[in-house]
Design a protein around this ligand. Structure first.
Ligand code: SF4
Ligand code: SF4
Length: 340
């Protein structure tokens, strides 16, 4: 339970710090590199050239700044994080400081899981449908079988879920995601595709999306292995179809690009372009002087890493059950299985 100790202690410190700094990030996302071994249609990142990547020492210094800024959860992504040869050292350092997660396309997962599993609290493997659709969206044949083999090897060692993006190419097959999750005894976290200017435009057709949101709400209520809260799907439906917005709170998540620059106000606005190097800023000062007001009513994307924290309320029993109690039960179940 050292992970929970780290998170609980950090949350207490963070809440004390919040008295003088009302806006602080809880979650950090860090792209370790833009390079990727896949060529996903909807992804702008593999199309970018990496500048000089951070050394392990710089990664550690970034983490120390995030600790100072009040962050409890650090998620690594890319590009493909497993392409970094020092990935296990980076995760090891993160695990000492944060609840640590990573998103991977799974191609290298079977080979690398033994060296990283001790330092991960949660792992997400991207799956975009059954083999034909997944391989077509990911741009490389064999992506699906590598990802599924990776899931089979990794799920014994680390709590794991599929990360699945709903697009115009898979929206007619959303039940396939639930079948894959059930077949592999894992959960699925859904994202709704956002059309970046520098990638193929395959966000889902709005008229189909409304029915899919209703379908996922029903499935979740009936106990399907879906990580997103019912409130997540309902908020998208309310905003995009019924004119009732959610209040976006992008300051809860801080993103750091592969060169160590902080992405503000969020991942989508400015399309993941960082400004100031994390070493040159005081997160607490920047966060509490930045003008976040224009973004409260934005509702432009439905990225779960922004929307779920924005929606979370301790006084909402359904959200506390979904995000805290169920997640803790899953964690205990996994830890018990691993021990015996
Ligand atoms: S696997 Fe991820 S980073 Fe790589 S191309 Fe696909 S979406 Fe982009
Ligand atoms: S809804 Fe708007 S402000 Fe919020 S994360 Fe998405 S693009 Fe950013």
């Amino acid at each position: 339970m050292s992970v929970y100790n780290a998170v609980v202690l950090r949350s207490i410190k963070r809440n004390i710090s919040r008295i003088s700094n009302p806006k602080l990030p809880t979650i950090a996302g860090h792209k370790l590199l833009y390079e990727c071994n896949l060529r996903c249609k909807m992804c702008p990142f593999w199309r970018r050239k990496d500048e000089k990547l951070l050394s392990l020492k710089q990664e550690i210094s970034m983490m120390d700044k995030l600790v100072e800024g009040g962050v409890s959860y650090l998620g690594f992504e890319g590009g493909e994080p497993l392409l970094r040869n020092d990935i296990s050292d980076i995760l090891k350092e993160s695990h000492k400081r944060f609840h640590t997660s990573m998103v991977t396309n799974g191609w290298l997962l079977s080979k690398k899981i033994d060296s990283i599993s001790n330092y991960l609290d949660y792992l997400f493997v991207s799956i975009d449908g059954k083999m034909e659709i997944h391989d077509s969206m990911r741009g490389i044949k064999g992506s699906y079988s590598h990802a599924i083999n990776g899931i089979k090897s990794a799920k014994k060692q680390v709590p794991l879920a599929m990360s699945s993006t709903i697009t115009s190419e898979n929206i007619d097959h959303v039940s396939d995601f639930l079948d894959i999750a059930k077949d592999n005894d894992i959960h699925v976290n859904f994202q709704i595709e956002y059309d970046y200017t520098t990638a193929e435009k395959i966000s889902p057709q709005k008229e189909k999306l409304k029915n899919v949101l209703d379908y996922l709400i029903d499935e979740k209520k009936q106990g399907a292995p879906i990580m997103n809260t019912v409130e997540y799907f309902e908020s998208i439906k309310n905003s995009w179809f019924n004119g009732i917005s959610w209040e976006c709170r992008p300051w809860l998540t801080i993103n750091i690009d592969p060169s160590g620059r902080v992405v503000t106000p969020c991942y989508i606005i400015n399309e993941y372009k960082g400004d100031n190097y994390i070493w040159d800023i005081d997160i607490k000062k920047l966060w509490n002087s930045y003008n976040w007001d224009p973004y409260k009513s934005c509702n432009k994307c439905a990225l779960s890493c922004y929307l779920e924290p924005s929606l979370f309320k301790w006084r909402d029993p359904s959200m506390v059950k979904s995000r805290i109690i169920d997640a803790t039960i899953d964690y205990i179940k996994f830890a018990t299985k691993k021990t015996f």
